[in-house]
Each structure stands twice: as C-alpha cells, then as structure tokens.
Design a protein around this ligand. Structure first.
Ligand SMILES: [Zn+2]
Length: 247
C-alpha cells in the first residue's frame, strides 16, 4: 500500500533551498519506515469528526496525521494552512500540476506563492492498491468543496450542511475566516473526467478501516469536512483524525 512510486517532473515549484517534488532516497526510506511503523510513533491527539461536520487539528512539523474512515465510506475535504501564517495555504492546482489529478503515497501538498513548498507528504494510502473502474481514482484534486449555493441549485435547499461552512467553522477558533477556506484535497473521493472533459464522481469506494497518512513538512493546521454530499455515498459517516509523533 506504500509504493512510493510517485515520479513527478523536474521542479516547477519553489525557490532555492526548498525540497524537490521528488523524494530524496533517505526521505523515501524514512517515510516508508514511518508508514510501516518500524519507526515507533505515539498518539498525541485524536479528534472525531461527526458525520456532516468539520474539525481542525494542529499537525506539528515531523509528526504524522492519519485520516481514517472508522465508520464506513466517507469523503473528507481537507484544507491545510501554515499553523503560524494563514496566508500560506494548500495550493491544490499546483499540487495537481506536479503530481496529477489524484494523490497517493509519495505525493506532496504544496503551498501557495510566494512560499510554494511542501506542507505535507502522503506516506500511507490503503486505497492505493485497489482496482477501480476505468478512468477514476481516489483522493481527488479535480473538484472544489461544496457550498450552500451548490445545494440551493441542485437540491433546492440552501440550508443543508456543506463543506465550505464546515471548514469555516473548524478554522474559526484558530483566527482564520471563511474567506481563507480554499479548494481542498478531497480524500476518499473517487473521480474522473468524462469524454467532454468534465469532472464526475462515483460514490466513495472507501470502506470501514481505510485511511491515509501524511507527514507534516512544516507546522500545519489541517481542517477536514466529512462531506455531506453524494460523493460520500448514500450514508453519511464521520471521520477520525489522529496525530502521532516519535516518542
Ligand atoms: Zn462537500
């Protein structure tokens, strides 16, 4: 499940001194050992996200964030900030250009300019080795987060819970505003492009017990919404966040 097969093109991001998109051999080895726990990790914080809600968690540099479908299939819209500077945040479009439309082990979450550096690297993905229908993959960078307007237009009800508001509520205690919510990495969301080039989704193919893990490259604040929309499937579940560090 931890293939570390990512082979991104030469750097299109960052200034001198920042890490390359490709993992160095020693990094790759260390991340593999963190993922398989041949390096011991201890749990430092756990947060349960109730179905259709959002929560935020601090992920200090060098620690590991696990996002788990502990109840069943569920999409998690994840946004990330520099924990000390809300102006530096996850740049989904740049990450897509570097790593592709769907992320997996070895791929990185890059930050917005002028910082443009890795914020996190995915080190474990239980969905990576699974078979998928032609053209779709998990952990989507094609879609945006859902918002009230989406539900107003498509379901005639603007009051339904949505990821935009869930994420805004989750980051508010950290001094961040709704305007700082940005396009997420849609964990466990199974998507593709149709023949007209339009993104589409299938119900999440995650199952109970699936998880992804990220190592933080800088001090991060991660906020995740258990998406109330149809991409999660017919039943809404919660998500479980855990942060681990070396003892
Ligand atoms: Zn959503």
């Amino acid at each position: 499940m931890n293939a570390f097969t990512s082979n991104p093109p030469p750097s299109v991001a960052g200034k001198g001194g920042v890490k390359s998109p490709a993992l160095a051999p020693d990094e790759r080895d260390r991340y593999q050992r963190l993922a398989d726990r041949s390096i011991d990790l201890e749990l430092v914080e756990a947060v349960d996200i109730p179905a259709r809600e959002g929560r935020a968690i601090i992920v200090p540099s060098g620690s590991v964030l696990r996002v788990a479908c502990h109840q069943g299939a569920q999409v998690g819209d994840m946004i990330v900030f520099n924990a000390e500077n809300g102006d530096e945040k996850f740049w989904g479009a740049r990450s897509r250009v570097i790593h592709g439309s769907h992320l997996t082990v070895g791929d990185r979450l890059w930050s917005t300019p002028p910082y443009t550096r890795p914020m996190m690297t995915m080190i474990a993905d239980t969905l990576a080795e699974r078979e998928y229908p032609a053209g779709v993959r998990p952990h989507d960078l094609l879609f945006c987060r859902c918002d009230f307007r989406h539900y107003e237009v498509n379901h005639g009800d603007a009051s339904l819970p949505n990821c935009q508001q869930n994420l805004a509520t989750a980051i508010a205690p950290h001094g961040l505003t709704e305007a700082q919510v940005h396009d997420p990495l849609n964990l466990f969301m199974t998507t593709g492009l149709n023949e007209d080039g339009r993104p589409y989704y299938l119900p999440s193919m995650s199952i109970k017990g699936d998880h992804v893990e990220f190592i933080a490259e800088i001090d991060c604040l991660a906020a995740i919404s258990a998406c109330p929309g149809g991409s999660s499937g017919s039943v809404s579940h919660g998500l479980e966040l855990s942060v681990f560090k070396e003892p």
